[in-house]
Ligand binder design. Structure first.
Ligand code: ZN
Length: 394
């Protein structure tokens, strides 16, 4: 067995088993072979922690992966055709005996031109900075003593354009500093760490996360209160009703109430923080945008109000909310049970980021053009595959 594959499994388990690192749906890893010919990379559809010698990864020919970025015939394609072509090319770059249809991570091409071991994550600790208006300046302060300064990657639509942009930025960085960057902060996206060895990459991940966390705080007031069953039942029933009226879909509604949700509900400006807009592509894809703020008690009038707001979202061409934060009651999620837990995690992730980002100059949200791109590309093409279980989040 190739040493690089063993290293990939080791870093994937180390990162994947740490719940503070794999929040927000993000997470992929890769390790290049010593001869520089191949790259082992996480496959979509298997969680990092579940990677084994038999599954959860693909081996790709590095020269083929790198050629995708440089191919001018791809650049000239229309967006949708281009992203399909890239996914197919990535699949063609695979050279292994892995059975089944597992695709390499859709972010594979941007791993190609980075250092030997790559760890990519969307941790909320980094999210607080990369989604704040002054986040870049704050990160520069935090990491000013690094021998190799972190590389800041301005927001770019995911997929091919992002890979191309990172390739260019890394190239410039290398010309300036004679080294590849070790830490990359991706605006409104996440973190990329690269290192020559698995150990150095893992050490650097922990260092960056700890340093980011040193200036952040969990919102206070997160004590769970006892809430009457009647309030919960009423809210659940009226949200279900409003959802049906606005969307014509019958749905189940799941209820969540825990320290993180309670803490956010207790923020005096929670409603304002949510109204800032859609935070990240993950939030848009996995929970249709931010949770809708609802004032308790949820009775008939409030139910009509929720239905009207959902209709307005649909009329504007936005995705309608599936998460509802009801003041003094908790979080309600419309949709299938197994998806509801993911939505809950995204809501808690987004709440932590919003609470911290507002102290760093304010929350920076996705604009209409950026949202439309995600809706068209990721939300349509990829959501279907995610729903069918063909691919994971990465
Ligand atoms: Zn990512």
């Amino acid at each position: 067995m190739d040493k690089a594959l063993l290293e990939l499994i080791r870093i994937s388990h180390a990162v994947g088993r740490d719940s503070t690192l794999v929040q927000g749906g993000g997470g992929n890893t890769s390790v290049k072979t010593a001869d520089g010919k191949y790259m082992y990379i996480k496959a979509s559809g298997t969680a990092l922690k579940d990677m084994s010698r038999k599954k959860g990864w693909r081996r790709m020919r590095l020269d083929v992966v790198l050629s995708i970025i440089k191919d001018k015939s791809i650049t000239s394609l229309e967006t949708h055709a281009r992203e399909i072509e890239v996914v197919n090319r990535l699949l063609l770059a695979c050279d292994d005996e892995v059975s089944g249809v597992a695709r390499p991570s859709v972010e594979a091409h941007l791993h190609g031109f980075l250092d030997r071991c790559v760890i990519h994550l969307h941790p909320s600790s980094v999210g607080a900075y990369v989604n704040a208006k002054n986040g870049k300046a704050e990160l520069e302060k935090l990491f000013k003593d690094e021998k190799l300064p972190p590389l800041w990657v301005p927001y770019t639509d995911p997929g091919f354009t992002l890979a191309k942009k990172i390739a260019r930025l890394v190239d410039n960085y290398q010309k300036r500093l004679n080294k590849k960057p070790a830490i990359l902060f991706l605006h409104k996206h996440g973190l990329l760490i690269t290192g020559g060895t698995a150990d150095s990459a893992l050490r650097l991940v922990r260092k960056v996360i700890n340093r980011c966390n040193s200036k952040l705080r969990q919102p206070k007031g997160g004590k769970i209160k006892s809430i009457s069953q009647k309030k919960i039942n009423d809210a659940e029933r009226y949200i279900r009703k409003a959802f049906f009226e606005a969307t014509d879909e019958r749905t189940t509604v799941s209820y969540f109430y825990d320290d993180e949700i309670a803490a956010f509900l207790a923020q005096p400006d929670a409603e304002q923080m949510l109204s800032a807009g859609v935070l990240t592509p993950d939030e848009l894809v996995y929970s249709n945008g931010p949770a809708m703020w609802v004032v308790a008690p949820v009775a008939k009038i409030e139910s009509q109000n929720i239905a009207n707001r959902l209709r307005q979202q649909i009329e504007k061409g936005d995705r309608h909310a599936v998460a509802f934060l009801v003041k003094d009651v908790g979080l309600f999620v419309a949709g299938k049970k197994k998806i509801a837990q993911t939505v809950r995690d995204i809501v808690a992730y987004s709440a932590f980021i919003r609470s911290n980002a507002k102290r760093m100059g304010g929350i920076r949200c996705l604009n209409k053009r950026q949202r439309d791109f995600i809706n068209r590309w990721e939300a349509e093409a990829f959501r279907k595959k995610v729903a069918k279980g063909e691919i994971g989040k990465h």
